[in-house]
Ligand binder design. Structure first.
Ligand code: NAD
Length: 351
């Protein structure tokens, strides 16, 4: 049975990944600081499962990471832990540098020393997978796509901090030989996403009949990937990726933000019409653009598709309908996030 140390596994993508991994028979040690973005409710179905060990702590705590590596002897470390919200990085970049850069460096040093001390077989099978974003490449014009050789040009404090962490991972491979893998993925959506991000925010506000804020002219383009497909891509790279490589991951689903918002409005109008008869599109309110807002992201995912055989299984239309239905079916989860009570939940923590 494999054991993985997963960091940030109480957040949106990390938790989806942990749920998939444990269901597939992997034992997971989940290290998460439980910042505002970490939600114990999301892991409720793993309560009491011996294959999930939750540890509340910081990837920047060298002693704790050393202890976990020594005690659990993981075959792989998958790093999701990060500050992840662009708007928050504009208001306060320091926390982003602390976790995404300094924290990743501390984790890398601990993992490097653990990996060096492994027996030959375990050392050659070991992997460190770093989960990153396409935002490190900056912004595109109307045409073109990001490839793995697109120069880094991050524009927000968030993407700058992720770019720095990607470079450190690269350097740890080239300098120390650490068997690293990096994935750079486009925008994710799906179950358990914190309602500060576009899709769950719009669903929550549209359900409540509130104004739907859309930045600028709403024509910024993102490529959208259903979170379960992203988790499968990470698993694919972990199982068969070429050590030292980076892999772009995307959904081949470019959409303007305004189109995404209108799609959600239409789905909700069909499922839960507003009592006063208004169509939800009428709630759309354009607001001042985010400073430095990247115009367009698009991913060329041919390396992971042609090299490793991964492709997204869920189309945007299917994924967004599933996501709207998930939020409708999980209103208690959303309510506990919105009223803050999710933060009072404690999960058994064992270093
Ligand atoms: P998230 O904000 O939902 O979750 C981040 C998790 O990390 C939280 O559970 C938080 O408690 C934890 N964390 C924060 N600081 C920590 C620290 N110092 N030590 C330990 N844990 C800490 O983020 P997400 O959307 O799930 O993103 C996960 C990763 O994937 C991030 O690295 C992000 O950059 C990357 N990514 C996200 C997207 C996306 O669309 N959400 C796309 C591509 C890549």
């Amino acid at each position: 049975m494999s054991t993985w140390l997963v960091t940030g596994g109480a957040g949106f993508i990390g938790a989806n990944f942990v749920l998939q991994a444990v269901a597939s028979g992997v034992r997971v040690v989940n290290l998460d600081l439980l910042t505002y973005a970490g939600n114990p409710d999301t892991l409720a179905t793993l309560q009491g499962n011996p294959d999930h060990v939750f540890v509340q702590g910081d990837i920047g705590d060298r002693q704790l990471v050393d202890t976990l590596l020594r005690r659990h002897r993981p075959d792989a470390v998958i790093n999701f832990a990060a500050e992840s919200h662009v708007d928050r990085s504009i208001d306060g970049p320091a926390a982003f540098v602390q976790t995404n850069v300094v924290g990743t460096l501390v984790l890398l040093e601990a993992v490097r020393d653990h990996w060096r001390a492994l027996e030959d077989d375990a050392r050659s099978a070991f992997r460190f997978l770093h989960v990153s974003t396409d935002e490190v490449y900056g912004s595109l014009g109307d045409t073109g796509k990001f490839t793995e050789s697109t120069p880094y040009a991050p524009n927000s404090p968030y993407s700058a901090s992720k770019a720095a962490s990607d470079h450190l991972v690269r350097a740890f491979h080239h300098t120390y030989g650490l068997p690293t893998l990096t994935t750079n993925c486009s925008n994710n959506y799906g179950p358990y996403q914190f309602p500060e991000k576009l899709i769950p925010l719009v669903i929550a506000k549209a359900l409540a009949g509130e104004a739907l804020p859309v930045y600028g002219d709403g024509r910024n383009v993102r490529d959208w990937l259903y979170v379960e497909d992203h988790c499968k891509a990470i698993r694919t790279v972990l199982d068969s990726g070429v050590v030292g490589e980076t892999y772009n991951v995307g959904g081949d689903a470019e959409r303007e933000n305004i189109e995404v918002v209108k799609t959600i409005c239409a789905l909700l109008d069909r499922r839960r019409p507003l009592e006063d008869g208004r169509r939800r599109e009428e709630l759309i309110a354009f607001v001042a653009d985010r400073p430095g807002h990247d115009r367009r992201y698009a991913i060329d995912a041919s390396r992971i598709r042609d090299g490793l055989g991964w492709r997204p299984a869920v189309t945007f239309e299917e994924g967004i309908a599933r996501t709207v239905d998930w939020y409708l079916d999980h209103q208690p989860w959303v309510r506990r996030v919105l009223d803050g009570s999710y933060r009072l939940e404690r999960i058994g923590s064992a270093a």
